[in-house]
Design a protein around this ligand. Structure first.
Ligand code: GLN
Length: 288
């Protein structure tokens, strides 16, 4: 297929044939997810759900749909993540708006949500999500525990605007706060502190490859050393936690041992690392 794809390839063409064409074009960019991505893009352009695309394979794309589909396909072929093209990403039970101002929520981050729900206080609690981005973690937790008071922080006002829009659209209760990690948080004010901070080493070549190129660099990497943001959070964690309160942080698959060392050095107890669905170290937790 020529690039950018011409709308003429899709105008008045059948749904199934259009998807086959788009899937073939995407095979290199999107690998095994090519068909899924083609369906997600067509869903975005046509309003036809993926189920409806299968139920009516003979339905033809009108010129407006075909033109939008060709344009979105071209963006994906240039490497842009599908979540930014669609402007939305599923996380937990929620459909979240995402923009290039925010990290795209990842499925492995649902482990942090599960852990917070499983180990957080049964009754009322004061919960922080540091570096919330789109608001994914905070909103997932707020949707499951309406009696918790959840506050989402970010240093980036653009990210906070996305989190606010998601909160308002979902009708969930969430406080938003501009803060550089725990700098502005009162002593002994939190029962649960959650974060998926940037944790990729600044020299990691993956930052310049694939979908990561399009995400905010400071949401992916803290700079030179992948543990710097976790260290910054730990510097204030004990001060901000109430006695018995938990800190739970996502990190890279090879950072579990280092994270536990840092948690212990910060005076937290019951320190442990949990594995994600792929069996990889993903979340370390400890309590005051
Ligand atoms: N899990 C992401 C990745 O490896 C990184 C997100 C982060 O740094 N918090 O692509």
């Amino acid at each position: 297929m020529e690039r950018p794809p011409s709308p003429g390839l899709f105008i008045e063409q059948r749904t199934d044939e259009s998807l086959t064409r788009a899937t073939a074009a995407l095979a290199q960019a999107a690998g095994t997810a090519a068909r899924l991505e083609a369906e997600l893009l067509l869903e975005q352009c046509s309003g036809w759900s993926r189920t409806s695309q299968r139920a009516w394979p003979e339905r033809r794309l009108d010129p407006a749909t075909a033109t939008a589909f060709a344009a979105q396909l071209g963006r994906r072929l240039d490497g842009e993540p599908i979540a930014y093209i669609r402007g939305t990403q599923a996380f937990w039970t929620l459909e979240l708006r995402v923009t290039p101002a925010t990290l795209i929520p990842r499925p492995e981050t649902e482990l942090l949500v599960e852990t917070a729900l499983a180990r957080g206080p049964a009754d009322r609690a004061s919960v922080l999500d540091l570096g919330t981005g789109s608001g994914a973690i905070a909103l997932a937790v707020a949707s499951e525990r309406p009696h918790w008071r959840v506050t989402a922080t970010d240093r980036s006002s653009a990210a906070l605007a996305v989190a606010r829009a998601n909160r308002d659209r979902l009708g969930l209760d969430l406080d938003l706060l501009a803060s550089d990690w725990l700098a502005t948080i009162a002593p002994r004010s939190c029962d649960l502190i959650l974060s998926n901070p940037p944790y990729i080493d600044g020299a990691d070549p993956h930052l310049d490859q694939g979908d990561l190129r399009f995400e905010p660099r400071n949401a992916l990497t803290p700079g030179a050393d992948g543990l710097a943001a976790i260290r910054a959070i730990l510097a204030d964690a004990r001060r901000c936690l109430r006695p018995g309160g938990w800190l739970m942080v996502e990190h890279g698959y090879d950072q579990g041992a280092a994270a536990r060392t840092l948690f212990n050095a910060a005076g937290l107890v019951e320190v442990a690392t949990l594995n994600d669905l792929a069996g990889l170290d993903r979340v370390t937790l400890g309590r005051r």
